[in-house]
Design a protein around this ligand. Sequence first.
Ligand code: 2AM
Ligand code: CA
Ligand code: CA
Ligand code: CA
Length: 266
Amino acid sequence: MEDFWENIYTYATSWVKEAGEMIKDSFSKELLIETKSNPNDLVTNMDKDVETFLYEKIQETFPTHRIVGEEGHGTDVTSAEGVLWVIDPIDGTMNFVHQQRNFAISIGIFENGVGKIGLIYDVMHDELYHTIRGNGAYMNDIKLPMLTESPVKEAILSLNATWVTDNHRIDPAVLSPLVKDVRGTRSYGSAALELAYIAAGRLDGYITMRLAPWDFAGGLVLIEEVGGVVTNVYGEELNILEKNSVFAGEKAFHKEVLQTYINKKR
Ligand code: 2AM
Ligand code: CA
Ligand code: CA
Ligand code: CA
């Protein structure tokens, strides 16, 4: 069984690196930028090209595997049975377009809904966060230690300012006391990188009210491998085929936040 996942992992990492090169090469060419659900929801030709590249490689090499991607592949996938790849070709497209950094390629590979491989590639820093379930998590060659307890008052929380201003997904009064009590807040604009940073111990938690499976699939496997927790914002298990709120974090921090801040206000 080990060899089975190692083989998939070896292909996946080489394709992700190759895709990273495609993205870097694209900076010298003209980028086509379009909008999706609203004027701030961007997509480029590179998002589509990278997804197609990965899709074709997986199809060719592992014809029985199923693939879900942000840019249109796998809209017919309704069950997590078998081996399922959940792909975000560029996570943080706004950063990609405006900053040419702070974006990532994210892949989570699941077997019957259980996370087996997590890959998040920070292309511009050439930092690959990777894990095969049960074998430890790494950033490039550096093994990531198990997460250590972080009380709220010493924690760094990642969240988008939207969730403590008027919005239609959560009462700002729920999260604003938490924002006041933590040591600091950050917002990087790439859910995948925010999740990778939790796995690397650089952030203690990340809260967002709406993510798609491809935003959290790779990060979920990485965080679980270092003893962290990934649920929805109310502490409930995530479904790998559905959009959800996401609350990822170090275990003690996650528990304290649910008990003291979120569940009290429900
Ligand atoms: P994306 O860049 O792949 O679209 C930005 O805060 C984070 O939220 C990114 O990880 C972004 O992923 C994700 N996101 C999810 N849905 C979004 C949407 N409708 N518009 C912009 N960003 C979205
Ligand atoms: Ca997008
Ligand atoms: Ca995304
Ligand atoms: Ca994306």
